[in-house]
Design a protein around this ligand. Structure first.
Ligand code: FAD
Length: 837
């Protein structure tokens, strides 16, 4: 570069040189031009961090004075810039960056190839680390004083180490333990070869919220309890890996799927896990979805129950945003049963179906004397005051929460653990858990109990509360408890607590009752005729993988805690997903009622971008074919068309002669734009259909070239009609690429900007005659003709029946059409009647 610049300065001294690029290169330019006295401007955006002039990282000495690139630049007279100083400051991140690229960017191609070919060897149980890779946690002393997240998540190295502990068993049992049947071995397989985005895609097939479930699911009693290696060593840390993937992989940008006609309008009542999961699937099935939420925030228990030190709010917000981006509408502050009723939604507001996922938010008390004293909270009230209303920062937020010196929490489920740990964080010196069974029967997650103990919570197992003592003002002064022993197992197999007749009094000034919740009757009481269970929950077809979640009322479905009573996040999500499928079946079958499990099993989702309500999998005989999905990117495949998947293909070439690397439109005819040398494709990807992938690459290149040429032609032409015409052609090329991308699951590469008309003439094989008014037309036609010829030749060279042959044929036809259109337009233009397009 400096040599070329020097030659220019020597031969034809320029007035001004503008150098843009990395600092050392700009420095080299400046030193090259200095002896010639050629003014050289440098652009110092490379040193700018925030672009506002606030951080000071962009300081630079220019002409002996401190300047700031963001404020005074970024363009400076290069001869006055102190590059030595700048370059030495730039070195500060060098070692960090080098280490990061070594650690992160290195992907063993061999491993990847073996994975793709399904030949990768996995470890034997005897070679595994016996324990799960530990997940870093915040120090117990420190965290008990704040609401920062306790678990810190795996680092890259830890996640890879844990993924290596999965032996990829031939008959994996872990999936049976997952209520939504995530393909656990497959996602871990992707993690093991550092394909985190691929892992996320696998998880998202079954669960739209991996960062949430990776944090709050009781994996130790679900998937991990069924992990094969768990019989010999500690099971694989599936939940931790799920969290790692959810937090670190890149989601595909969400956009509303385009359906020519909507499936119907669906109202979802409640934005907890059940409602969110139902909405996520319904919007993909093509429904117009609105969530009505009673509170001012979205997420249900995830927001008002589970504290932020277990589930940071930004995680919920991120997952909810994806839904909104996909087109789900959310209306907060709408209490169904008060703002409007379910019958109103169906009759007056025009909804075709309703899903009730309103949770079981009504508190349960034990009914012991003194329970109505003023310092007795239900768990819901206590947690809502803090988690939802900011009680911990009162008076800066309006809602107070009183907490004394000694808090007793009754119960030992997850809710109780949350109350205990929140009370500790609010500063109560003594916080006690009172539970009538032993630790072994406690329903809370083992990890939650461990965390609570580490944070200084005292546990009174085998103690049942009998009475709360209020003073004359109604304030709690203590609680009488009875010692228990364990007796025979109850109907659920848990040993029953048996009273001993021995009592003691615990000093306490605050009592929190965390004994589960009941169904809130606001919705059910305002929905005439809806079937209920004896506990007041909605009676719906629930509990099995094939359940429809239908209630007894036509078009009304329900799921989650409102049906089961207090359960888990993942069970609520599973119910929401089943309901979504049933609702879509109901709407696509002309509102058939009652709906059966068989009807739902036959349902095939509509295709985004298509316009038909017909089942995509229906065959000519009327039999239902299973929906085809691309095994690589998991996108549905149209009909029985053959497919090629090269999801993230990037067009990159290197010249064998001069070494130039080209991106985007990279001259499929094999000529280097700099020296005419021979181009070689970089990173030939080892996919099953390499020839087909090659065909797609070439197609994109030619289309990109066309787009770049027409854009240029539109810019250069002085005739407004030609400007418009070439603009339309550029648009046509773009649309064709979008069609190819949809059909073949290939990402459209970035457009190429720089494609000069004289170069297009060279590739088209004709002379560039700028003086000829029809020059651009002639080049365009020759350019398209060359493409026709090229694709026809390729068509002739590829084996009959191959995917690429079909593709080349299609491409030749497309280019032929372009030739015809251009020729007609040219002829009309010559006689002064252009504008057919
Ligand atoms: P919810 O999450 O209760 O959501 C229902 C939503 O409906 C709420 O937003 C509510 O405001 C709204 N709503 C109610 N009535 C109306 C109305 N009339 N109109 C409009 N909207 C309405 N499970 C786990 O798996 N792991 C855990 O660690 C865990 N910890 C928990 C901690 C606590 C404190 C609690 C209370 C529960 C915990 N659970 C945990 C259980 C889990 O959170 C629930 O099983 C799950 O949230 C149920 O989901 P859902 O969608 O059915 O209901």
């Amino acid at each position: 570069m400096t040599q070329a610049l020097k030659e220019i300065c020597e031969k034809d001294k320029p007035d001004l040189v503008v150098a843009i690029g990395p600092l050392p290169m700009m420095n080299a330019c400046v030193e090259t031009t200095r002896p010639f006295g050629v003014k050289t401007m440098v652009s110092l955006n490379a040193i700018m961090v925030d672009g506002t002039g606030m951080c000071g990282s962009c300081r630079v000495t220019v002409d002996g004075k401190v300047s700031f690139a963001c404020v005074d630049g970024p363009d400076f007279d290069g001869h006055k810039v102190d590059f030595k100083e700048l370059l030495s400051r730039q070195k500060r991140f060098k070692s960090l960056e080098a280490r990061a690229s070594e650690d992160y960017a290195h992907v063993c191609n061999l491993e990847k190839q073996l994975f793709v070919e399904n030949k990768k060897n996995y470890r034997k149980i005897k070679d595994l680390a016996p324990k799960q890779t530990h997940m870093p946690e915040r120090d117990a002393q420190e965290r008990a004083r704040n609401f920062k997240e306790v678990n810190l998540g795996y680092t890259l190295e830890q996640a890879l180490g844990e993924a290596e502990r999965c032996i990829q068993c031939a008959k994996p049992t872990c999936m049976a333990g997952c209520p939504v049947s995530i393909d656990i071995p497959l996602f871990i397989k992707h993690v093991a070869v550092r394909d985190f985005d691929g892992a996320l895609e696998v998880i998202k097939q079954a669960n739209a919220f991996p960062s949430i479930c990776g944090r709050v699911c009781p994996q130790e009693s679900q998937c991990e309890a069924q992990c094969v290696i768990g019989k010999k060593v500690e099971s694989v840390g599936i939940g931790r890996l799920e969290r790692f993937v959810g937090d670190n992989a890149k989601s595909k940008p969400a956009a509303p799927p385009r359906f020519a006609k909507k499936l119907g309008k669906v109202a979802i009542c409640g934005s907890g896990p059940a409602g969110l999961a139902a909405a996520a699937d319904l919007v993909k099935f093509g429904a117009d979805v609105t969530i009505y939420e009673a509170l001012h925030v979205v997420g249900g228990v995830l927001q008002y129950g589970i504290p932020p030190f277990r589930l940071p709010r930004e995680i919920i917000d991120r997952e909810v945003k994806q839904l909104v981006d996909q087109g789900v509408k959310i209306e907060t502050n709408k209490v169904i049963g008060k703002t409007f009723t379910v019958p109103q939604l169906l009759e007056e507001k025009g909804y075709d179906a309703v899903f009730l996922g309103v949770g079981a938010g009504a508190p349960a008390f034990i009914g012991i004397p003194g329970e109505y004293a003023s310092q007795v909270y239900s768990a819901n009230e206590f947690l809502t005051r803090v988690n939802l209303m900011g009680g911990n920062v009162f008076p800066f937020k309006d809602t107070p929460v009183t907490i004394g010196k000694s808090v007793a929490v009754i119960g030992a489920g997850n809710t109780a653990m949350d109350c205990l740990r929140v009370a500790k964080r609010l500063g109560a010196p003594t916080v006690r858990c009172v539970y009538r069974r032993t630790e072994a029967e406690a329903p809370a997650r083992i990890e939650e109990i461990r965390h609570a103990k580490e944070e200084g919570i005292e546990f009174f197992f085998l103690h049942a509360p009998v009475e709360i003592f209020p003073d004359a003002e109604g304030n709690v002064t203590g609680m009488k408890v009875e010692e228990m022993v364990l007796g025979e197992p109850d109907e659920k197999g848990r040993r029953k607590p048996v009273p001993t007749g021995k009592f003691k009094t615990l000093d306490c000034d605050t009592v929190i009752v965390a004994l589960g919740t009941k169904a809130n009757p606001v919705v059910t009481q305002s929905t005439p005729g809806i079937g209920l269970t004896k506990w007041g929950n909605i009676a719906a077809d629930d509990g099995k993988p094939e359940s429809t979640q239908a209630t007894n009322l036509k078009g009304v479905f329900a799921g989650g805690d409102i049906v089961t009573g207090g359960a888990t996040v993942i069970l609520a999500m599973g119910a929401g997903r089943r309901a979504a499928r049933s609702i879509a079946t109901y709407l696509s079958s002309g509102k058939k009622w009652p709906l059966t499990a068989e009807d739902v099993a036959k349902f095939e989702p509509m295709k985004a971008g298509g316009g038909s309500h017909a089942h995509a999998g229906a065959t000519a005989t009327g039999a239902e074919a299973p929906a085809l999905k691309c095994p690589k990117c998991h996108q549905p495949i149209d009909g029985d068309e053959q497919y090629i998947c090269c999801g993230t293909a990037k067009l990159e070439w290197r010249c064998d002669d001069c070494g130039k690397v080209s991106e985007g439109f990279a001259f499929p005819y094999g000529m280097c734009p700099a020296c005419g040398g021979k181009l070689k494709v970089l990173d030939p990807r080892k996919v099953e259909e390499a020839t087909a992938l090659e065909a797609i690459r070439i197609a994109f290149e030619i289309e990109l070239g066309g787009q770049a040429f027409y854009t240029r032609a539109a810019k250069e032409s002085s005739d407004p009609l030609l400007k418009e015409l070439f603009g339309k052609f550029a648009e046509m090329e773009k649309e064709h690429m979008a069609t190819l991308s949809r059909r073949y699951h290939a990402a459209v590469p970035a457009p190429t900007q720089d494609f000069k008309v004289d170069r297009a003439a060279i590739y088209a094989g004709i002379a560039n005659k700028p003086e000829d008014p029809g020059n651009l037309f002639r080049i365009a036609i020759a350019f398209e003709q060359r493409a026709v010829k090229f694709f026809e030749e390729r068509f002739g060279q590829t084996p009959a029946g191959s995917v690429e042959r079909q593709l080349y044929r299609e491409l030749a036809a497309e280019e032929r059409e372009h030739v015809d259109l251009l020729t007609t337009e040219f002829e009309r233009w010559k006689i002064g009647k252009p504008g057919l397009l």
